[in-house]
Design a protein around this ligand. Structure first.
Ligand SMILES: [Zn+2]
Length: 280
């Protein structure tokens, strides 16, 4: 894959951080692992859509901060376990594309209501199939990356999930969606999550996105219930707390990466505060 930092320099140089790799279909999916086996697992990942790369870099920074003990008051590595996959779709990342190497939208590969999901023939070749915007593949959780994802989802101790996405429209970012399959307390937890994030983000970043007339504060504006689509998160966060976050991104250059990294780190921090091991 093309993310040199994800390849493990972060892991080699830092204490308490373990690098993992899942070999699938000519690619390796790298993970960064912290904490204590058997403890409640926090699963954080980005770039299920390969072009939405920016939060993945944020996740690597978060892993470094935790490893260095900078968040020791928030993330107690003796009591939790953390798995971070900065780039869930490395072939899409390499091509700066949404789908994986087989033209599948991994975030429509989940097993939740997969058979009911109908997408669109976005490339106008007469069929909804490989390469289309939201092609779900030929069976749920059948793509190599989705198989790895499924395995992680089956971890009994899995406790909370953050799924990072990005887009370049202010109307569709700075927002979160809860897993439709999530824990009954998810809306209360989400309120706490959003409040915790806002306490830190208010007054920090001002941004004018393409479709905005004026600059606006960069915050987490809204967290609402997600749809019944076969999002991967609806598989992993079943009965748990899971949030899909849309940040701004898909830039062709590193413009804004510092802000995106900062926001990603703050949202991860907020997750550990809002959803501690004893939350449910
Ligand atoms: Zn996405």
């Amino acid at each position: 894959m093309g993310a040199p930092h994800a390849r493990g320099r972060v892991a080699q140089d830092l204490p308490r951080l373990r690098r993992g790799a899942y070999r699938r279909g000519g690619y390796r999916l790298w993970s960064l692992n912290l904490g204590t086996p058997g403890c409640p697992l926090y699963f954080l990942y980005a770039a299920a859509h390969g072009a939405e790369w920016e939060p993945g870099y944020g996740l690597m920074t978060f892993a470094r901060h935790v490893s260095e003990g900078r968040l020791s008051g928030v993330v107690d590595l003796a009591k939790v376990r953390v798995k971070i996959i900065p780039v869930l779709n490395p072939s899409g990342y390499d091509r700066m594309g949404r789908q994986n190497a087989n033209g599948v939208d991994l975030n429509r590969q989940g097993d939740y209501r997969w058979e009911h999901f109908k997408g669109r023939d976005s490339n106008n070749d007469g069929v909804w199939g490989p390469g289309d915007y939201d092609w779900k593949g030929t069976a749920p959780l059948s793509e190599p990356e989705a198989k790895v994802y499924h395995r992680i989802s089956q971890t009994p101790e899995l406790h909370a999930v953050l799924d990072f996405h990005a887009n370049s429209s202010a109307k569709n970012n700075r927002i979160g969606f809860l897993a439709a399959t999530g824990h009954p307390d998810s809306e209360d937890l989400a309120e706490n999550f959003q409040r915790t994030a806002l306490l830190r983000l208010r007054g920090r970043h001002l941004l004018r996105q393409n479709d905005e007339q004026d600059a606006s504060p960069y915050l987490l504006d809204d967290v609402s219930m997600g749809s019944g689509s076969p999002y991967l998160m609806n598989t992993s966060a079943k009965g748990r707390f899971g949030v899909l976050i849309e940040l701004n991104g898909i830039y062709r250059e590193s413009y804004g990466t510092l802000m995106q990294t900062d926001v990603t780190c703050e949202l991860c921090r907020a997750l550990f505060i809002a959803c501690p091991p004893a939350a449910y």
